[in-house]
Design a protein around this ligand. Structure first.
Ligand SMILES: [Zn+2]
Ligand SMILES: [Zn+2]
Length: 165
């Protein structure tokens, strides 16, 4: 996932590429489709500004009904390559110092970090997911069960007890 700095022309340019599922390794994360990466790059005399957007599809288990489904999400990141920052090494922040003899930069760590920071936490397959029946475990999106019907209305229960006494 390297950008060849010499091949960038001055001014604005957009690069787009598709990232293979196995090109990004994050623990417990399964991508269901190749990821889409768009880079908006602005190259000036001493700085290169890179704005990236990753679009990905995760294979996720619904928190409510436990079905596996696809969850789409996006992650943005930005970094600035600058020749005016002192130091020869990559900085840990989003400003990276570059030297004139640097020919390329690997953006993989930035792409990966952006994905990790933007991973959807709570996920449900659809807004009105009915979930599982708490009594019999039936997936209520697919079929209904008799648990609700058989439940005695608590108000009637009180009456029942009353008559027994
Ligand atoms: Zn669900
Ligand atoms: Zn049930």
């Amino acid at each position: 996932m390297k950008i060849r700095l010499n091949s960038l022309k001055e001014g604005f340019q957009t690069l787009q590429s598709s990232l293979a599922i196995e090109s990004i390794k994050i623990e417990d994360i399964v991508f269901s489709r190749p990821l889409d990466l768009i880079l908006k790059i602005n190259k000036g005399a001493s700085e290169i500004d890179i704005k990236g957007t990753v679009s990905a599809f995760l294979e996720k288990e619904c928190d409510r009904c436990l079905e596996i489904f696809e969850k789409e999400f996006q992650a943005d990141f930005e970094l600035l390559l600058s020749t005016s920052v002192s130091g020869q090494q990559y900085d840990t922040g989003d400003v990276i110092s570059i030297t004139s003899d640097m020919s390329e930069i690997d953006i993989y760590p930035f792409v990966k970090e952006a994905i990790v920071l933007n991973l959807p936490m709570k996920v449900i397959c659809k807004d009105d997911c009915k979930g599982l029946c708490e009594h019999c475990g039936t997936n209520l999106n697919k079929e209904s069960c008799k648990c609700k019907e058989n439940e005695i209305d608590p108000r009637w229960k009180t009456l029942e007890n009353f008559t027994e006494d």
